[in-house]
Design a protein around this ligand. Structure first.
Ligand code: COA
Length: 415
């Protein structure tokens, strides 16, 4: 079956996490992604957090599926010529070097345009234009600068970063959308363009509801769905909301049976207004359904803490899965706190290809997260990541280099 991005060729000049996430998605949709790496070393993640000596790390293998790898020294004059040939042949160049690195290599936007006016140049940077534009940025810096850390955690504790890689993988996802949009526009204009996704902007986009809350706070001085509400302890900025749900339906994380020894024996419980009477029945507090102090969402807000404590008295008598089963029968929104172990073993995720087992020539079998976006006419087949320089000869031949030229370039250290 054909793939959505068949025929699109990507010069993948990415490393670490943010850029590789983006190009991996494009590869899953069928683009030919040619990853250009530094000879001898490659993407630094190949050797980071290794669990098997001298074998590409899971960090690398899980971010670089379905790609080809070529090694080129892009600071060597002959290596530069190879890169130029690639630029002429590709549709998109994706990079996430430190600010200015591509220019220092001699590949300014103007130069790339000269070589290929249809080329789309897509970049991840830590910050957009402004005081921090020259900074190098990693995941947690972006989470802090984009508003996630100041709004995550509990009120009486420090800011907290989240396990979800919203700065890196989140920005890679934003960049991928920018690239396919630019490809679409190129169909009308015939021209390439620059695509920039700054990590601070990507995180802030995902924290949109918190900027909403900042303005609500400034206007009204309070936000009733926040745990701070009844005590009125609001400052000037959006506070950390613990596990309160972001929307208008109050929620909290509650202990389940076994919580004393299992750190993940918890459930997220939402007291959705339309099912309030059912919640009262399930937990054995039928009178709350009609009691004016509990019957309406507004009446419940000032004593949500006590309400959740009462619901927790019920959830601690059930495992998180038992609680799920019972609550789902009544359409009460809830979710188990799943550990990575439970997720890895979940059969339904294997069935949909969201968790995939991949075989690798030096690593053997490992689990990865497959494509979370399912297209009915462009199914994803997850293929292992390339070894360093595995496709150098193949790609060079496609660029028109003869075996003799390839061998001379190798001797010169260009590839
Ligand atoms: N041949 C020769 N040189 C190469 C090369 C190749 N194939 N590929 C890369 N290089 C060189 C670059 O030219 C650059 O050299 P320069 O500093 O002389 O200009 C250097 O390698 C790349 O360096 P840099 O991007 O600065 O790497 P770093 O390890 O110092 O910094 C980051 C890493 C992630 C902090 C930085 O790249 C960055 O801020 N990127 C943008 C934000 C981002 O994506 N962050 C998230 C990462 S998950």
């Amino acid at each position: 079956m054909s793939k959505a991005l068949d025929g699109v060729r990507i010069l993948d000049f990415t490393h670490v996490q943010s850029g590789p996430t983006c190009t991996q998605l494009l590869a899953w949709f069928g683009a030919d992604v040619i990853k250009v790496e530094r000879a001898g070393a490659g993407d630094i993640t190949r050797e980071q957090l290794r669990d098997i000596p001298d074998v590409d790390s899971l960090y690398f293998t899980m971010l670089n599926h379905n790609k080809r790898s070529v090694t080129i020294d892009t600071k060597n004059p002959e290596g530069k010529q190879v890169l130029e040939a690639l630029i002429q042949k590709c549709d998109v160049l994706v990079e996430n070097f430190a600010p200015g690195a591509l220019d220092r290599m001699g590949f300014t936007w103007e130069r790339i345009q000269e070589l290929n006016p249809r080329m789309i140049v897509a970049s991840v940077k830590g910050f957009g234009p402004g005081p921090y534009e020259d900074c190098k940025v990693y995941e947690n810096v972006a989470q802090c600068a984009g508003g996630a850390a100041s709004t995550t955690g509990f009120d009486d504790g420090p800011p907290v970063v989240t396990g979800a890689q919203i700065g890196d993988s989140g920005t890679g996802l934003h960049l991928a959308l920018g690239i396919v949009t630019a490809l679409y526009q190129r169909m009308q204009t015939g021209r390439g363009q620059r695509v920039l996704a700054a990590m601070q902007d990507g995180v802030l986009n995902l924290c949109r509801v918190k900027l909403r809350d900042q303005q609500r706070l400034e206007r009204t001085g309070t936000m009733k769905e926040y745990p701070q509400y009844p005590n009125g302890m609001f400052g000037e900025a959006v506070p950390r909301a613990g596990n309160a749900s972001g929307g208008g339906q109050p929620g909290w994380i509650l202990k389940c049976k076994g919580w004393e020894t299992d750190p993940n024996a918890y459930i997220y419980f939402i007291t959705q207004a339309p099912v309030w009477a059912k919640i009262c029945n399930v937990i054995g507090r039928e009178e709350w359904a009609t009691d004016p102090a509990y019957a309406t969402p507004a009446a419940r807000l000032p004593h949500l803490k006590d309400i959740f404590a009462e619901i927790e008295r019920w959830t601690t008598t059930k495992t998180k899965f038992e609680a799920m089963q019972i609550l789902n029968k009544y359409d009460i929104p809830c979710g188990p706190i799943l550990s990575m172990k439970e997720i890895a073993e979940e059969p339904s995720l294997r069935k949909t290809g969201t968790i995939v087992e991949v075989d690798h020539p030096t690593r053997g079998k490992y689990l990865t997260v497959g494509n979370p976006i399912k297209l009915s006419d462009s199914p994803t087949e997850v293929k292992r990541s390339p070894l360093l320089g595995e496709h150098t000869d193949e790609v060079m031949a496609e660029l028109g280099y003869s075996p003799e030229q390839i061998s001379a370039l190798r001797t010169a250290g260009a590839i």
